[in-house]
Design a protein around this ligand. Structure first.
Ligand SMILES: [Fe+2]
Length: 288
């Protein structure tokens, strides 16, 4: 890691790392979080974290200049509001795996930093809010929410959010109207939903801030494959948060956030009108 120049980004077209990062941080900090962690458990985890640092410094012979660059970079991540981004891209997938160990229902994956709660309530058959001239291939995403025995779950909701055909999220990109391509869909009495939307594009996580510098200097790439985000809830069931990807799509096999799982691949088929249709069912575990 070293100091690098800010990448050039056309501010009138693309949101900046600082604007989307600060929006994600403001959203996250609007509710104070807490965890039921005992002092003993905290001490054990903290000891292991510091021990891991000690081993890395020893193993690589980390120098004072490198240590100071790290310190500056950590400060920069905070000033750009990019902690939600950096942690959700590089750390969250490990936490999610552990959280859902032994889970028998549909697979989950990371939430990421772009979720917004309390989005527009929509009926089971619906079209997501979008621009009048929204670009992109029309996609009809259908399915059923069920329990582990395959019984439909009346009263379930399917929260969906995704990027537009240029890879931008509403609420986090200045070029995207608030509320588009998001919604909370109420399933019908048979647990079913039919959501019309547009196919999202792959996107780069912001590259003009410290997360982008980190990726560039490490020689990695900043791309996420195209995906739908979903949060599925039903009374008495454990909610799942997941993402669904598109078979054969760019970056599916090399996601910067390591969030792709084989169970999360959609295979839409285009009808005679060019509308893509795909079905995916969600099976929820009982709430513990
Ligand atoms: Fe995303």
């Amino acid at each position: 890691m070293t100091t690098v120049e800010t990448n050039s980004v056309s501010a009138d077209i693309a949101p900046t790392a600082a604007s989307s990062g600060n929006a994600a941080t403001a959203k996250f900090t609007s509710n104070r979080v807490s965890a039921d962690t005992s002092p003993e458990r905290l001490a054990a985890i903290a000891t292991d974290v510091l021990g891991a640092f000690a081993k890395i410094i020893e193993k690589h012979g980390v120098t004072y200049p490198e240590y100071r660059v790290l310190k500056q970079w950590l400060i920069d991540v905070g000033e750009y509001g990019e902690w939600p981004l950096w942690l959700d891209v590089f750390v969250e997938h490990n936490v999610e795996e552990v959280a859902y160990r032994g889970h028998r229902g549909s697979k989950g994956t990371i939430e990421g930093p772009y979720y917004v709660a309390d989005t527009k309530r929509l009926p089971a058959t619906c079209t997501l809010p979008m621009r009048a001239d929204e670009e992109g291939t029309r996609l009809v995403f259908s399915g059923q929410v069920r329990d582990l025995e395959g019984k439909p779950l009346r009263g379930a909701t399917v929260e969906i959010w995704h990027a537009d055909s240029q890879g931008y999220y509403s609420h986090f990109a200045t070029n995207t109207p608030d509320g588009i391509l998001r919604g909370t869909v109420e399933v019908d009495d048979d647990g079913r939903f039919d959501i019309t939307t547009v196919r999202p594009a792959p996107y780069q996580i912001p590259t003009d801030g410290p997360t982008g510098w980190f990726i560039e200097k490490a020689g990695w790439h900043p791309w996420r494959p195209a995906h739908l985000h979903l949060m599925v809830k039903a009374p008495g069931k454990r909610p799942i948060t997941t993402q669904l990807y598109f078979d054969g799509g760019e970056w599916v096999s090399n996601d910067v956030a390591s969030a792709v799982k084989p169970e999360l691949i959609l295979r839409p088929e285009a009808d005679a009108d060019g509308i893509e249709r795909v079905t995916y069912n969600f099976d929820l575990d009982p709430a513990s």
